[in-house]
Design a binder for this molecule. Structure first.
Ligand code: GAL
Length: 446
């Protein structure tokens, strides 16, 4: 897979960081190392938030493979439910700050990794793994840029291993419902409203949303901002120009307000996967509760895991040829206890073989450019994923705010607060004022 390193470099951009790498490795307990008791099983605790559908099956599949190949090590996934890490991230930060981190954990590349963990000095660098495995040429430059930081002498160090690349801006729909009603996937928000009105008349909820974690609604606004401002405009928003007071942001909020009138009334009690499942009929031939959802492509993993094949997809309205990207990665906390064993596991995660075990379940595409062809007999990439691999090569790449790439964790939090208020009381001027202030508080806008 050839990846657009120039575009991703520009658009996934994160300011170069100067950090002082610190390493005060604790005990290693690996067979062959001096302090490993003979015959001991080395426990490796990994924390993710993958508890459902394709997410859980994909991660379990790669862990099972590792444990089978390494009988003296046992990797365990201490998963914490809550999409987008809405619960896991708080728990992880507490553990890391209290010097009791798991041996490795799921973290989004970009600001989430760098601002939360690397800059404060909580992570070991993985330069030796990058060199030994040739990863500096196997991962796209734009990915390398946001898993790395410079030390005070200007040398680049790598801090996590990317496992996948996801697309956040995808519209999913029930194909039978669309065909039966003579509808096609909307490519603009105006078309979306026409399609949504037709669906409403048929008694079907147009757009399923599950925002018991507010990130799903934030992601909806993210997609609308991308469509209203275009790739460059959206990207520049996170650099403070155009500023958040601009007319385009007002337009986006007005569109968002209207979109919210087409969603299920019980949205706040559903998780993202429960909302996606609304597209699946309760029984063959039955009408599903909803016809569309806008969700990252982990939804493909969810549908596939539920053996639901009657789904179609398109870029979220107005975002064709723009890939709203994010990536999951795993690193090595400085206070991890079983570093040699963790590095072995990370080696599998970064390898083409490992990525071709995990990603076919997950709905994502591999981050390693040499991956993409699982061996015969293994689970293969889906039609959606083949489409996504093609789009990734040609699209403009923009960073997702809800998944840690576009803005600092603090700014993301303030963005989510504005969204939470808006969902309860969709007042455009109030929300825009909050978004303007959030950019100022992030010290990006003056
Ligand atoms: C994202 C994560 C994806 C998927 C999704 C839903 O933040 O990157 O891998 O897990 O949340 O939980």
């Amino acid at each position: 897979m050839k990846l657009p390193s120039r575009r991703i470099l520009a658009l996934f951009s994160v300011a170069a960081l100067v950090v002082s790498a610190c390493s005060n490795s604790t005990t290693t307990n690996v067979p062959g190392s001096t302090n490993a008791p003979a015959g001991a099983i080395t426990q490796v605790e990994v924390v993710s938030w993958w508890t459902t559908g394709g997410e859980a099956s994909g991660f379990n599949a790669i862990i099972d493979k590792f444990n089978a190949d390494n009988p003296t090590i046992k990797v365990t996934n201490s998963a914490i439910a809550g999409g987008a890490g809405s619960n896991a991230q708080t728990a992880l930060t507490t553990r890391v700050v209290n010097n009791t981190p798991p041996d490795s954990f799921q973290v989004h590349m970009g600001h989430e990794l760098l601002d939360n963990y690397v800059t404060p000095g909580y992570m070991d660098n993985l330069d030796d793994l990058y060199t030994a495995n040739g990863w500096t040429t196997q991962f796209p430059q734009g990915v390398l840029d946001i898993v790395s930081a410079k030390d005070s002498a200007g040398a680049v160090h790598y801090y996590s291993v990317p496992l996948d690349i996801h697309r956040a801006n995808v519209l999913w729909y029930n194909k039978t419902v669309f065909t039966a009603n003579g509808l096609t996937a909307p490519t603009t928000w105006d078309q979306f409203f026409t399609v949504a009105d037709a669906l409403k008349l048929k008694g079907i909820t147009p757009l399923a949303v599950g925002d018991n974690g507010i990130w799903t609604n934030g992601m909806l606004l993210e997609s609308i901002l991308i469509s209203t401002l275009g790739a460059d405009g959206y990207n520049n928003l996170w650099k403070g120009t155009p500023d958040w007071a601009s007319a385009k942001v007002t337009d986006a909020l007005n569109t968002y307000k209207k979109v919210l009138t087409y969603v299920n009334t019980d949205h706040s009690s559903l998780s993202w996967d429960q909302a996606a499942d609304r597209l699946i009929p309760a029984s063959a031939g039955a009408q599903p509760k909803a016809a569309m959802t806008i969700m990252g492509d982990w939804a493909a993993g969810e549908f596939d895991a539920k053996t639901f094949t009657d789904y179609g997809w398109a870029a979220a309205p107005g975002t064709d040829k723009i890939y709203d990207a994010l990536a999951d990665s795993f690193g090595l906390p400085t206070k991890a206890t079983n570093k040699d064993a963790v590095k072995k596991f990370l080696t599998l995660l970064g390898s083409a073989a490992g990525q071709d075990i995990f990603n076919p379940y997950k709905g994502s595409i591999p981050a390693n450019k040499t991956a993409g062809t699982p061996p015969a007999g293994a689970k293969q990439y889906s039609t959606y994923q083949t489409w996504a691999m093609g789009e990734w090569k040609g699209d403009a790449i923009v960073p997702s705010v809800e998944h840690g790439a576009a803005a600092s964790p603090k700014w993301k939090g303030a963005f989510e607060q504005a969204v939470t208020m808006f969902v309860t009381n969709p007042d455009v001027p109030t929300a825009q004022t909050a978004l303007v202030q959030a950019c100022k508080d992030a010290a990006v806008c003056s």
